[in-house]
Ligand binder design. Structure first.
Ligand SMILES: O=C(O)C[C@H]1C=CC(=O)O1
Length: 94
């Protein structure tokens, strides 16, 4: 199942510098492992925002929830999930 997920990050200004660095490093490793595994298909920076737009390909809603819930940055994110369906004009979908 394909999902587009928009993640807006809002780290507190007063977050301890070591906690911040550790959280960002864990987030990167977690994201890159899921990309290698094929579930996190792509990640794009939204220009001018501390946000990303990502595509996930996961078995079901529960798996996507598990992935998002375990993001190290989850406590500092606002997340918007859009389930995707094939578009009838997509020429690659024959
Ligand atoms: O920077 C972000 O957009 C937040 C986040 C999501 C994956 C990752 O590596 O960082």
């Amino acid at each position: 199942m394909l999902f587009a997920v928009k993640m807006d990050v809002a780290l507190p200004q007063d977050l301890d510098a070591d906690v911040r660095a550790d959280t960002l490093a864990r987030e990167k490793a977690y994201s890159q492992q899921l990309q290698r595994d094929g579930e996190w298909v792509s990640i794009w920076r939204i220009v001018g925002q501390y946000s990303n737009l990502s595509i996930f390909d996961v078995r079901d809603n529960e798996r996507l929830h598990e992935i998002l819930w375990n993001l190290p940055l989850f406590p500092y994110m606002n997340i918007e999930v859009s389930p995707l369906a094939q578009h009838p004009s997509d020429i690659s979908a024959v």
